[in-house]
Unconditional design. Structure first.
Length: 436
């Protein structure tokens, strides 16, 4: 040692070497091999981490190493060896790593292997996870794994197995009296959203509606955007069937927004549904003028619906019929098909209302010819408009005429002023929106 306290005989290199041999450093060294494409070296190095750490006790670096080994073996198609190492990894979740760490890693692996087309492999992988989760009483991991398994069976159209799993996990989310546990509201929405999907696939509207109303009763849940989208879409369909088109429009818009947030293609179908709801409401507002929907106007899948909405709002019956005929496959699915006849009636009704505005007396035959429908169909439409008080008038059945304005002159003048004021207000709204 010199006068300044330095010992030149001390071997600092040995200490540095010991530091390099820690499980953490070995792990990052192994990860470096993997990133460089040196897969055999990476596998050897990850195994060294596990051996080094197990000299004392299992811990985080061995767990992480096994996760990387499982991914590598999966990519190599060495599924038997992969399952062996995955089961080894699962032994760590009892007390070697935190529950949050293990849940996050295992869930990411479940998503990673879900791309496999090998059903037997996936069933073995999910089965091993469920067994491990049950052994350590990790209810959250058990629930999530079961739901992933149920969705696997859903994709395979094996709905009996889906219902078996749903029944089991639902029991775990109920209280002693059999009612839903409010403390497990988010899990309950996951369950009900899957039930909604299955009943939708089976075209069982009554049961789908029942699952939707159960979901509505769940409070204080924080559903994922995907789950929320599924539930809101179901709500739109339930309201549409009931003729509550304002509520249906609102639900379809919420579903569109949620699917958009989730990055799921289902958003496009919900966008079509909200357009149908908009037309069924006889709304004068273009649904593609909103900031959320405007970016989709030019998409090939949406262009036909844009043309249909434009034809509807301009009361161009010919263009409307041509659009539905030419782009039917792009516009109409099983749900929309149910409302196509009503859409035809609505677009003709829009035109009919415009046709009779200038007249106090108009021949029914003239209206029928303008709409390209029969006299009987026009009469039926006129009766509905008069009964709904959308037209102030009466039908002269003998002379086949519509007599517009049967009330006193002062009332008619008031109605004209009101109509003029409404048009002025709408015009002002449009100008304001354009300027903004």
């Amino acid at each position: 040692m010199d006068d300044y306290g330095y010992d030149y005989d001390q071997d600092y290199g040995d200490d540095q070497g010991d530091e390099d041999e820690t499980p953490e450093n070995k792990f990052y060294n192994a990860k470096g091999h993997e990133e460089d494409g040196e897969i055999d070296e990476a596998l050897t190095a990850f195994d060294e981490v596990i051996e080094k750490e197990s000299e004392d006790e299992k811990g985080e670096w061995g767990f992480k190493s096994l996760k990387h080994i499982v991914k590598i073996l999966f990519k190599q198609g060495k599924f038997k060896e992969m399952m062996k190492r995955y089961k080894e990894m699962l032994t760590y979740i009892k007390d070697a790593v935190t529950r949050n760490r293990s849940d996050k890693s295992i869930n990411s692996l479940l998503d990673f292997v879900a791309t496999a087309q090998n059903l037997d492999l996936l069933l073995e992988f999910y089965g091993a996870t469920l067994t491990a989760a049950k052994d350590v009483k990790n209810e959250r991991l058990w629930f999530r794994t079961n739901m992933k398994l149920a969705r696997l069976w859903y994709d395979k159209k094996n709905f009996d197995k889906v219902f078996d799993i749903v029944s089991e996990v639902h029991k775990a989310c109920t209280q002693e009296d059999g009612t839903d546990d409010p403390k497990k509201s988010t899990q309950l929405l996951d369950i009900y959203s899957l039930e909604i999907q299955v009943h939708g696939e089976l075209n069982d509207f009554q049961k789908m509606s029942a699952a939707y109303h159960k979901a509505l009763r769940v409070k204080n849940a924080i559903p994922s955007p995907m789950v929320n989208g599924i539930i809101k879409e179901a709500g739109g369909k339930v309201n549409a069937k009931a003729g509550a088109w304002n509520s249906a429009f609102s639900s379809f818009f919420d579903a569109f927004h949620s699917f958009d947030e989730a990055g799921h293609s289902r958003r496009l179908q919900c966008l079509k549904y909200l357009c149908v709801a908009n037309m069924m409401m006889l709304s004068s507002i273009n649904p593609f003028e909103g900031a959320e929907t405007r970016p989709y106007v030019g998409l090939p899948e949406i262009v036909p619906m844009v043309k249909l909405v434009t034809a509807f709002q301009t009361s161009n019956v010919d263009d409307f019929e041509k659009c539905l005929s030419e782009y039917r496959d792009a516009i109409v699915d099983g749900f929309i098909q149910e409302f196509v006849p009503a859409l035809y009636v609505n677009v003709r009704t829009q035109l009919l209302l415009k046709l009779i505005v200038p007249y106090t007396t108009v021949r029914v035959e003239f209206l029928a010819k303008s709409l390209n429908v029969t006299v009987q169909e026009v009469e039926s439409m006129l009766v509905s408009l008069v009964l709904d008080k959308k037209v102030d008038g009466r039908i002269d059945q003998i002379n086949k005429r519509l007599l517009v304005g049967t009330r006193d002159n002062s009332a008619r003048k008031y109605d004209k002023l009101h109509h003029w004021a409404s048009q002025l207000g709408e015009f002002q709204r449009i100008i304001t929106s354009k300027v903004g």
